[in-house]
Design a protein around this ligand. Structure first.
Ligand code: SAH
Length: 252
């Protein structure tokens, strides 16, 4: 059995209770060493076999799983944040299906949630944006042309950019060309929820400069949108006049 576990965005105590339990019971752990906080390895039991996938290919990961299965062992594949976001898990799932290996998935706190916490932000503010676009700038991994930053920028929704810090200059140009006003609020969050977390607020126009001046090369998210500004409408849900399934409003 292989459990894919989301490690959370950084702080070791942000793993879920279920994830920590699975980690504590595993015979074999394969963790994404480039981003998973090594403190999480303190949850593994003594004698557990630990592999760092940052130094491995997909084939090598599968070889470890196959050996574990043959020995009747349980494996935890520990991914940073939540494994559904840029986790390269689908290719593992499909290979495990082919091998007839059972697996399941335990979700984690993605770094885009960690970044919102660092900024004390709400991504979906009434009258500002009700949509969060999670995307990345095209780098060595291509992005389909129909999802170009320019075309997504036209919505002026809240946008969270993964894997894009080193491409901030081009990104800024595309965000502006696509439709965000130069003074649209933006932020760069480095190592959200890690002890060394840093959050920098800026605007779309100063995004690349903020990245450069602070020497942020990786493990950072770029966040763009009016939700980081001051204007919004209060929610209907907690409006005294508004009736919900659970509460009668004064207007009704
Ligand atoms: N599955 C992960 C994302 C993996 S892709 C998740 O759900 O968060 C790796 C990218 O995620 C990094 O290049 C960076 O852009 C972002 N990232 C991961 N952890 C981060 C953190 N703690 N703070 C800011 N960005 C982070």
């Amino acid at each position: 059995m292989v459990h894919f576990v989301g490690a959370g965005s950084g702080a070791a105590d942000l793993i879920t209770v279920r994830g920590a339990k699975l980690l504590g019971e595993a015979d074999v752990v394969i963790y994404a060493g480039s981003l998973v906080n090594p403190e999480l390895l303190e949850y593994v039991r003594e004698g557990c076999e630990v592999h760092n996938s940052a130094e491995m290919t997909l084939e090598q990961v599968l070889d470890v799983v196959k050996a574990a299965e043959a020995a009747g062992k349980t494996t935890v594949r520990l991914h940073t944040g939540d494994s559904s976001i840029y986790g390269a898990v689908r290719e593992q799932f499909d290979q495990l299906e082919k091998l007839g290996v059972a697996y399941d998935v335990c979700p984690g706190v993605s770094s885009f949630c960690g970044a919102a916490a660092a900024l004390r932000a709400e991504y979906t503010l009434p009258d500002v944006s009700q949509t969060v676009i999670i995307t990345r700038a095209a780098g060595r991994t291509p992005v389909p042309e129909r999802e170009s930053i320019r075309s997504l920028a036209a919505h002026q929704a809240t946008m969270v950019l993964f894997l894009s810090t080193s491409l901030a200059k081009k990104l800024q140009e595309d965000l502006l060309a696509g439709g965000y006003a130069p003074d649209t609020p933006a932020a760069v969050v480095y190592k959200a929820t890690w002890p060394e977390e840093k959050a920098f607020r800026c605007t779309v126009e100063t995004l690349a400069q903020t990245v450069e001046e602070n020497g942020l090369t990786k493990t950072a998210l770029l966040i763009v949108g009016g939700c980081l500004g001051e204007e919004y409408l209060r929610s209907k849900l907690y409006d005294p006049e508004f009736t919900t399934e659970f509460r009668k409003g004064s207007e009704a």
